[in-house]
Structure formats: structure tokens, C-alpha cells
Design a protein around this ligand. Structure first.
Ligand SMILES: Nc1ncnc2c1ncn2[C@@H]1O[C@H](COP(=O)(O)OP(=O)(O)OP(=O)(O)O)[C@@H](O)[C@H]1O
Ligand SMILES: [Mg+2]
Length: 322
């Protein structure tokens, strides 16, 4: 199956300030702030939602196509993704800007000061699926990105009759009710967490039942409590995959989507799809960063079977590699 994942592509610059911001924010001086925090720890991590999803999809044996816009500093990230089996032919590079970048500084109380520079991501609105993919894909994932690009991509999929998964997650706060309602219309699937589902409900006035009527598969993840998959008139409840080695809470949602999508492309049942999402999320939770986990397909299947019963269905992942 020819699958395209669109969304933000970014670097995350994560710093630790060995002090407390509160000690430097002086009440009567707040009208003229000029502060510099000396940090002695920084990591630069691969980030952005779309690369997180394609990274896990390629561990699961697919060669997904990443679609997005990047800047002149993309070189090392390109090499990393190429080495990991991602198809980068639909990544458009702009030499006059930097790749989107998240700069976060965290203090000893876990307070955070951060900025997100959109950079090349803002150019996503000038890039269509027709330009990116000469052959129409079988499935397009529309993940958080420039909000206008997200709306245009859903529209393009609807008018061209391309199956799409709508994944608004972090952009839910930025999107208006009518934009969300329009974008989810005709989606093959929508995946959100429980908090995002609540916000979408209050912004659009739609109930879960209304959304179920508009989308074939509605998935609402519930953190450690697992996920709910609504399809037809059924709700499938999926447990999370237990672990006692969580070191970093970020990236679970993106990895869950990769596991779920991998199963769907292999034609596996939806309960198995949710369980594959849960296991893939657990691998990410056990590592710092969102692309530092690693497994082979046989290792993934063996670990899945320590917890869930697929009745041999996952053997399909060993041979289905297109
Ligand atoms: N503490 C946990 N233990 C085990 N599994 C977890 C835990 N937290 C999340 N997961 C798994 O990850 C899936 C997605 O998690 P969640 O609902 O928190 O998504 P999210 O809020 O979008 O995450 P993210 O922080 O990556 O945006 C869950 O369905 C579950 O399988
Ligand atoms: Mg999320």
C-alpha cells in the first residue's frame, strides 16, 4: 500500500536551566524583561509529527513517503531518515528559511519557557498532494502542520477521492469549530486523544455519535487507559501495553498512530490494530526522544504475543512489505 504521511517536520532543541525561573522574574520589573539563562545541558532531537510516524512505520516494515516542507538546515535529518528507510522524495526544501524548530528551556521545578519557530513549515500551504505525488496514494495521513495546509490537504483528498486519516492533535487549539468540522468530513479515520476529542466536541457542537456518523473509524486514545475504536455501531476497547520502564512521556500518540496504520495497511482486524498501536507507543515511552526506539518486525511480534493473542495473524507482517 502506497501511504503518504504529511505534517510538521522539526528540530527540537531541549535545554535544562540548573536554577529556577521564578527567582529571576521580579514582579515590578516584568514590564521590561531582558533575561538570559545560562544553560549547560542541551540536546537536539529529531522532531515533528510526520517524521515520528514514518520512523515507526518503517521499523514496522513499510517504506512510507514523508511529505512536508523543510529549510536549509535539513541535511542531517535527511540522512537519518534515509538510513531508516523513509522515502523522502516528497520533502520540499526551501533554502531561504530554517526548518521549523522548537526551543524549550526547562528549570529545576519543571517550569518551561519555549518558542516554536514555524520556518519552512509555513510554506506547507503552497505545496499540494498533486505536486508531491505523481501517482495518487492509497492513503494520506494529515497530521499537525501549518493549519491552512491541513485544511487544504483534507479538501484535496476529498475532491480527488483519496482515502485520508485526519490527525489534528496539537493543532486542535488553533483550529476553529467550522474548520475542524469541515476537515473531518469524509475522513476514513480520525485519531485524537480524549482531551482533544472534548475540545473538538465543544468547538464544533458535535457529539461522539455525530462524529462516528461522519468518519468510518474514530479512534480516541486514553493515555495509560488504552484506546477506544469506534467503527459502525461498535466500540472496541483496547488496553495499553504494560511497562514499568517509562522514561519519557512524549511521542506515545505518534507511535500509536504508526502501529494502528501499519495494521490497517496489512488488512488486520481493528482490535489488533489498536493493540499494535499500544505496543508501538510503549516502545517510545521506554526511550528518551521520539525516534530513539528500535525493534525488528519479529521482535515486535514476539513482544506483542507476550500480552495479546493475534491468532497467528501478525505473521502477515513478515511477508507484506510493499
Ligand atoms: N503511561 C502509559 N503506559 C502505557 N501506555 C501508554 C501510557 N501513556 C500512553 N500510552 C499508550 O499510548 C497511546 C496514546 O497515548 P495518549 O492517549 O496519551 O496520546 P497523546 O496524548 O496523543 O500522546 P502524546 O503525548 O504523544 O501527544 C495510548 O492509547 C496507550 O496505548
Ligand atoms: Mg498527541
Amino acid at each position: 500500500m502506497n501511504i503518504v504521511v504529511t505534517g510538521s517536520i522539526a528540530y527540537d532543541y531541549l535545554m535544562r536551566f540548573p536554577g529556577r525561573f521564578a527567582e529571576h522574574l521580579i514582579g515590578e520589573q516584568l514590564h521590561q524583561v531582558s533575561l538570559s539563562f545560562l544553560v549547560d545541558e542541551m540536546t537536539k532531537q529529531w522532531g515533528g509529527v510526520a517524521p515520528n510516524i514514518v520512523y515507526s512505520l518503517s521499523l514496522l516494515g513499510l517504506r512510507p513517503k514523508l511529505m512536508g516542507t523543510v529549510g536549509r538546515d535539513f541535511g542531517d535529518y535527511r540522512t537519518w531518515l534515509e538510513q531508516n528507510g523513509v522515502d523522502l522524495s516528497a520533502v520540499r526544501q526551501h533554502e531561504d528559511v530554517f526548518t521549523a524548530s522548537f526551543f524549550a528551556n526547562t528549570d529545576l521545578d519543571n517550569n518551561q519557557m519555549s518558542s516554536f519557530y514555524t520556518g519552512a513549515m509555513a510554506r506547507a500551504r503552497d505545496y499540494t498532494l498533486a505536486e508531491a505525488c505523481p501517482e495518487p496514494p492509497d492513503l494520506v495521513v494529515i497530521s499537525p502542520n501549518d493549519p491552512i495546509a491541513m485544511m487544504q490537504l483534507t479538501e484535496e483528498c476529498r475532491t480527488s477521492g483519496i482515502r485520508f486519516v485526519y490527525d489534528p492533535s496539537q493543532q486542535v487549539p488553533r483550529l476553529q469549530g467550522d474548520e475542524l468540522r469541515r476537515s473531518m468530513q469524509g475522513a476514513y479515520a480520525m485519531v485524537v486523544n480524549a482531551y482533544e476529542a472534548e475540545i473538538i466536541g465543544s468547538k464544533t457542537g458535535l457529539t461522539i455519535d455525530d462524529m462516528r456518523g461522519m468518519i468510518e473509524i474514530l479512534v480516541i486514545t486514553q493515555g495509560p487507559r488504552g484506546s477506544h475504536i469506534y467503527v459502525g455501531d461498535k466500540r472496541i476497547d483496547v488496553d495499553s501495553f504494560p511497562t514499568d520502564k517509562i522514561v519519557d512521556p512524549t511521542g506515545a500518540g505518534d507511535a500509536y498512530r504508526a502501529g494502528l496504520l501499519r495494521a490497517i495497511t496489512a488488512g488486520l482486524p481493528l482490535d489488533v490494530a489498536g493493540q499494535m498501536g499500544a505496543l508501538c507507543a510503549t516502545y517510545v515511552l521506554e526511550k528518551v526522544g521520539t525516534q530513539n526506539h528500535r525493534f525488528t518486525v519479529p521482535e515486535f511480534i514476539a513482544r506483542y504475543r507476550t500480552q495479546f493473542d493475534d491468532k497467528g495473524e501478525l505473521d502477515r507482517l513478515l511477508t507484506d512489505h510493499e
